[in-house]
Ligand binder design. Structure first.
Ligand code: ADP
Ligand code: MG
Length: 389
């Protein structure tokens, strides 16, 4: 929906009245740098061109009304003063969580608000519709309440809302990319310090094609926690031998080659190698983008997938099949799984002349080999959260 459609839908729902403002936050895709955020290294996400729109208007009765075109049966009404105490167990916890964190930080809502959301990011497939709805809420509320908005701060408070109010143990990357995206740029982000820079992503005749495996993700949490503790084990094994080593990603691949014998367990060693090499790949990818060397970027994407599959072991048959079929298409220069793994999405860089063939052939071959129907999204890097004016 565009701005006018959002305003119309809002008026249909809440009635005519004073001015309605419309905000938008995108989804995001991580181009490279997987399972790096909790290991103190760099990631390279980009904001997408689709996301979550929010139409909002202050009201005079001190109520927060939450509605979403995506969940017409699930609406809520909460007193401004009670924000922080109401958990719904539904989608409303995302905006309520953000409002709760704002309140904890001393930003009291000075009136009630009517809100209507509409999103076109598929939920739960790893393109971060949750970060999108959080960030758009934080940005809109701060815009309504005060002039100055710091998008880094919005990312941080959105992550806090997801961690503490919704109860999902996510890192900062998603909210950060959604809040700070820039058209035709990727974001090189150090998750630990939030140091970042926009890297030109001049895709020219290439498009980002995201493929959703539609594989139901089981066991993700336990495997994720297992990988985290394996990284901690590797770090503990190396710390006595390296001064000031706080994170695995501080090591270069060359340093790791010399040190790796200190890690006894072969599996733990593989996990650590992935982290060190993936972090180096992110930096090499950034350089490739700065030099407009998309071929090199594609090779690094491919190497990232191999490492996630063989060393970190977070891929799955569906992701591997989709990546394999994607690489069969002559216009594909790189393809990899993206996100935590065990399902979710792949990301590929595909020449625009081959996109149609890609969608048909990869879709058909994927379905034949896995019995699942894939969804595809053809996109470019878009802007971060903004007000539609
Ligand atoms: P992901 O972030 O990968 O899309 P999550 O499970 O983290 O998946 O978040 C998806 C949830 O976010 C949805 O189930 C819903 O509760 C909430 N959400 C996202 N977009 C919207 C929307 N437009 N309207 C209402 N709720 C939304
Ligand atoms: Mg999410």
């Amino acid at each position: 929906m565009n701005q006018e459609q959002m305003k119309q839908a809002f008026t249909d729902k809440y009635g005519a009245g004073s001015a309605i403002r419309v905000f938008h936050a995108p989804g995001r895709v991580n181009l490279i740098g997987e399972h790096i955020d909790y290991n103190g290294g760099y990631v390279l996400p980009a904001a997408l061109e689709f996301g979550t729109a929010l139409a909002v208007r202050a009201n005079t009765d001190g109520m927060i009304r939450l509605a979403s075109v995506n969940f017409p049966e699930l609406e809520g009404e909460f007193e401004v003063d009670s924000i922080g105490s109401d958990h719904t167990g539904e989608w409303m916890d995302y905006p309520l969580g953000v409002m709760t964190v704002l309140k904890q930080k001393g930003t009291l809502l000075s009136s009630g608000y009517d809100l209507l959301f509409f999103g076109n990011i598929p939920n739960g497939s790893g393109l971060s519709s949750s970060a999108s709805i959080e960030v758009v809420t934080g940005y809109a509320m701060l815009s309504m309440e005060q002039g100055h908005i710091d998008t880094v701060e919005i990312a941080v408070l959105s992550q806090k809302a997801e961690n503490e109010f919704v109860g999902v143990n996510c890192g900062i990357m998603d909210q950060f990319a959604v809040a700070n995206g820039l058209k035709d740029h990727a974001i090189l982000l150090m998750c630990d310090t939030l140091e970042y820079k926009h890297v030109p992503f001049r895709t020219g005749q290439y498009r980002i094609v995201i493929g959703n495996t539609n594989k139901r993700r089981g066991l993700v949490d336990s495997k994720y926690n297992e990988r985290r503790s394996q990284c901690e084990a590797a770090l503990s094994a190396l710390q006595p031998h390296v001064e000031n080593l706080n994170y695995l990603a501080q090591l270069t691949p060359q340093q790791f080659d010399l040190l790796q014998v200190q890690i006894e367990d072969a599996i733990v060693r593989d996990r650590a190698r992935h982290v060190v090499e993936e972090n180096a790949r992110v930096l090499a990818s950034t350089q490739a983008l700065q030099e407009d060397d998309l071929q090199r970027f594609g090779e690094l994407m491919n190497a990232s997938h191999e490492s996630l599959r063989d060393l970190y072991e977070v891929s799955c048959e569906e992701l591997d099949v989709m990546v394999e079929e994607a690489r069969r298409i002559s216009g594909t220069i790189g393809s990899r799984m993206t996100g935590a793994g065990f399902g979710g999405c792949t990301v590929s860089l595909v020449h625009e002349d081959s996109v149609e063939t890609f969608l048909q052939e990869v879709g058909a071959a994927y379905e034949e080999r896995t019995g699942l129907k894939a969804d595809f999204y053809v996109c470019s890097a878009g802007d971060g959260v903004t007000e539609w004016k």
